[in-house]
Design a protein around this ligand. Structure first.
Ligand code: ATP
Length: 310
């Protein structure tokens, strides 16, 4: 049973994301950066099954290295469940089974997807029936990328990435993702970017005062034109991620010289995303990268956000 009245369990699927565009403003007094980003949800999914339980507990399984993933109250999924219970006055608990396919600390928002999935799953299991706007508000309290994991598709994020507006995207975009064994810490990447900007202030020009997504990106998405998109992508964090993980530069070069329209670090990395012309093109590139010893998989976007599934 899935989400019907009195269900014993509810299964929700939520996607990982890539950032097609990420412009990072200056460091703010509160320690955060203002961002302008274009997110795309891709076909690499997290599954969360929620079951009635007297307390708040969880198990984590998956196809990725799970060593950095807590299964206590530090886990975003469990925090999401507790937040929903607190906000709605629900007095019971839940057991969550989280199955991860999105690489941990990979810059693809896996933890955020788990949190969004847990919100939707508990809302259905407990029949608390929050509106989309209420779920969005709770999602934003859990983390800047959680509202997007709830919505999915393609969207523009401003503020800390949590103020979303939909972006019209036609057709489908094919990507090859190269994942790494070891994740990178997002705060570390931002710290490295700030240090890099301090050191090179004269060479790199002013940091964007009001970051915004380039209109070329919006045009490319609207036209469903991968070539146009390849010319417009940007990631301000890439320079910092590559300083922390210089080995990735070579993989980016290999992907681009093997036919990718463009290669980029996804969010804070270390996952790399290569844009391709078609599903066939993505399969070819994936085979080339895998033959060179990299963990590569082909995905497509946009896909929907957190949804109850049978
Ligand atoms: P972000 O860019 O939002 O930091 P990311 O995609 O790079 O995210 P995640 O896999 O979401 O990385 O997780 C980053 C860290 O958050 C992990 O190293 C882990 O310690 C912690 N964490 C908390 N909850 C989860 C979860 N459900 N899945 C994975 N990591 C989690």
């Amino acid at each position: 049973m899935t989400g019907a009245r009195g269900s014993a369990s509810v299964r929700v699927r939520a996607p990982g994301k890539i950032n097609l565009y990420l412009e990072v403003g200056a460091l703010q007094p509160d320690g955060y950066h203002e961002l302008a980003t274009a997110f795309q949800a891709v076909s690499l999914f997290e599954d969360v099954v929620a079951r009635h339980a007297p307390d708040f507990t969880m198990d984590v399984s998956g196809t990725v290295d799970l060593s950095g993933v807590p299964s206590d109250d530090r886990n975003l999924a469990l925090r999401a469940a507790r937040l929903l219970a607190r906000e709605t006055g629900y007095t019971g608990g839940v057991h969550l089974d989280v199955h991860k396919q999105v690489p941990v600390a990979g810059g693809m928002g896996g933890g955020s997807a788990d949190a969004a999935a847990a919100l939707v799953a508990c809302d259905a299991l407990w029949e608390t029936r929050l509106s989309g706007a209420e779920l969005h508000r709770l999602a934003a309290q859990l983390g800047a990328d959680v509202p997007f994991a709830l919505k999915g598709g393609t969207a523009i994020g401003t503020g800390r990435g949590d103020v979303l507006s939909p972006a019209l995207a036609r057709g489908r975009f094919d990507w090859v993702l190269v994942t790494s064994d070891e994740g990178v810490s997002t705060p570390k990447v931002y710290g490295e970017l700030d240090a890099h900007r301090d050191r090179h202030r004269l060479d790199i020009g002013p940091v964007p005062a009001r970051p915004s997504v380039a209109t070329e990106v919006l045009h490319a998405l609207r036209a469903g034109d991968a070539d146009m998109l390849a010319a417009a992508v940007r990631n301000d964090l890439q320079v910092a991620t590559l300083r922390l993980r210089p080995d990735l530069a070579e993989v980016l070069e290999l992907g681009e010289s093997s036919g990718a329209l463009v290669g980029m670090v996804s969010g804070s990395g270390p996952t790399l995303a290569f844009l391709c012309l078609s599903p066939e093109h993505a399969l070819e590139l994936r085979a080339t990268l895998a033959a060179a010893g990299h963990r590569a998989r082909s995905v497509h976007g946009p896909v929907p956000g957190a949804r109850v599934v049978a």
